[in-house]
Design a protein around this ligand. Sequence first.
Ligand SMILES: [Zn+2]
Ligand SMILES: [Zn+2]
Length: 302
Amino acid sequence: MAGEVRTCSSCAEKAVFVDRESGTHLCSRHLKESVETRVLARILQEGQLPGIIGVAFSGGKDSTALLAALANLKEKIPVRLIALTVDEGINGYREETISHAREVCTILGVEHRIITFSEIYGETLDEIMRTTNRKACTVCGILRRRALEVLAEKEGIRLIATGHNQDDHAQTTLMNALSADIKKVFAGSGHSTRFAHRIKPFAAVSEREASLYAILAGLFNDLPECPYAGDALRGEIRMLLNQFEQEHPGSMRNLAQAEEEIRTRLRDKVEITPLENCRICGWPGSGEICQVCSLIKKNETR
Ligand SMILES: [Zn+2]
Ligand SMILES: [Zn+2]
């Protein structure tokens, strides 16, 4: 294959992408179309759409690709898009990603809202990490989730689209299987009318396709990596799966589909602990004190 120039399976243009499972070659136009078709299908699955879709927008390549795809689909999905960025306060990393995020929104003509950890929690992630022994990704995940909810509520947003792609799903499926905890499949599924509904329009789009989409849209930027060490297990699984996908194309897609299948089949069989309203902040969560408050409170008592 090296050096060989192939043409698109659907037209005479030069191919920029090959689906190794099916052997389909796609030019830039047909790759864009193929990604957008899958995104549209996911969104239409939701049925009646609210007037606004909030897009969780970190400024990274996945959420940049998602925002661009949704903006490009504005004639087929005629809703108001608002990009939602959470500034965790990570020195030497966030400044650049936030300015990239602003730039992308300007280019795409999408409204942009930013909320900071400092304004909600009184501290940046960097400050919070000085007083906790928990892993940065766990702390950040919990606090970022709430920050998005706070921002969505402020803007009257009831539907949030996130940039999770097929690779993320495949990794999660394998991680859940390895921990033998089927309930994890439903982690965070507790319902509360206060939470905005979340959708993952890129669930059937691979990381390679998402990156390429951002590049083709002219919006890809080589941004710094988060300085906090990522989830070590996920990192290992990611590497393992990427390698496995090379040898056995289609494995990631199958794993990602398995996760959805398990979800659908077990939805009514797995008992989901009902949420309670937190005694401190009033937000729904599991237990009397929500995860956010127990994190922040722990910091205060130190
Ligand atoms: Zn083509
Ligand atoms: Zn709370």
